[in-house]
Design a protein around this ligand. Structure first.
Ligand SMILES: CC(C)(COP(=O)(O)OP(=O)(O)OC[C@H]1O[C@@H](n2cnc3c(N)ncnc32)[C@H](O)[C@@H]1OP(=O)(O)O)[C@@H](O)C(=O)NCCC(=O)NCCS
Length: 206
């Protein structure tokens, strides 16, 4: 792999397409796509060649890249495997991030997402299409907030949690690390770590 000024997109799936389109909207150059599935290598994604596996990230210190994989555990594993990569933070031009918000490295904010005053977002988080995070929220590392999910103010989400499409979370609730909140749930009480919670109101599954 040549040392490149462009950004490598890691992940040639559906979220890879969303990240490529977001990079294109910001006008940043894309160096290529990396994917560990040998069947995808040599193919292209939205006209961008899949040049090889993620291990190519180790070739040059300071390579710029972004993880475009929806699975929180895979993002965590790859990000810890390649500490010398410069993981870029990406914000779609039609997302809104209040200037007081702190975003961790590798985090991506997709079109239509909103992050409001004094919220803190960890590293390698996905704020997906149209998701909203209101004031004073605390979001850990490697969290995925799926399209159209809405967090009220003062919500805390632990590392590695997944918030499904269309979820609503009322103010002040804490969702534990690695929890999974199913699509369409309404979270009105704290949710412990490592559980799957479903429904309205959201309850942990047995
Ligand atoms: C919660 C979730 C992870 C569970 O997935 P799973 O373990 O494969 O669950 P299954 O599809 O086998 O369903 C198991 C049971 O839970 C129910 N169920 C699944 N998801 C549910 C949800 N979101 N709300 C209520 N019930 C749900 C199913 O109807 C099924 O019930 P049954 O046993 O009575 O038939 C998944 O359904 C979900 O909601 N994923 C969110 C996906 C998403 O938002 N993706 C965004 C990508 S950008």
């Amino acid at each position: 792999m040549q040392q490149s000024q462009g950004i490598y997109v890691v992940g040639a799936g559906g979220h890879g397409k969303v990240v490529i389109s977001t990079l294109q909207e910001t006008g940043q150059p894309i160096a290529g796509v990396l994917d560990d599935n040998p069947g995808l290598q040599g193919q292209s994604l939205m006209g961008i060649p899949v040049v090889g596996p993620s291990s190519l990230l180790a070739r040059h210190a300071g390579t710029r890249a972004i993880l475009a994989i929806g699975d929180n555990t895979i993002r965590r594993n790859i990000s810890s495997q390649y500490p010398s990569v410069e993981w870029i933070t990406l914000i779609h031009p039609r997302a809104y991030v209040h200037p007081s918000v702190k975003l961790g490295r590798g985090t991506v904010v997709i079109a239509g997402a909103i992050i409001h005053v004094d919220s803190r977002i960890g590293a390698h988080v996905i704020l997906n299409t149209g998701a909203t995070v209101d004031h004073d929220c605390r979001i850990g590392d490697h969290v995925h907030i799926a399209p159209g999910a809405h967090l009220a103010g003062n919500v805390s989400i632990g590392n590695g949690a997944f918030i499904g499409i269309g979820v609503s979370v009322i103010p002040g609730v804490t969702i534990g690390r690695q929890a999974i909140i199913g699509a369409g749930a309404s979270v009105v009480r704290d949710i412990p770590a490592n559980v799957t919670a479903l429904g309205v109101p959201a309850r942990p599954t047995p």
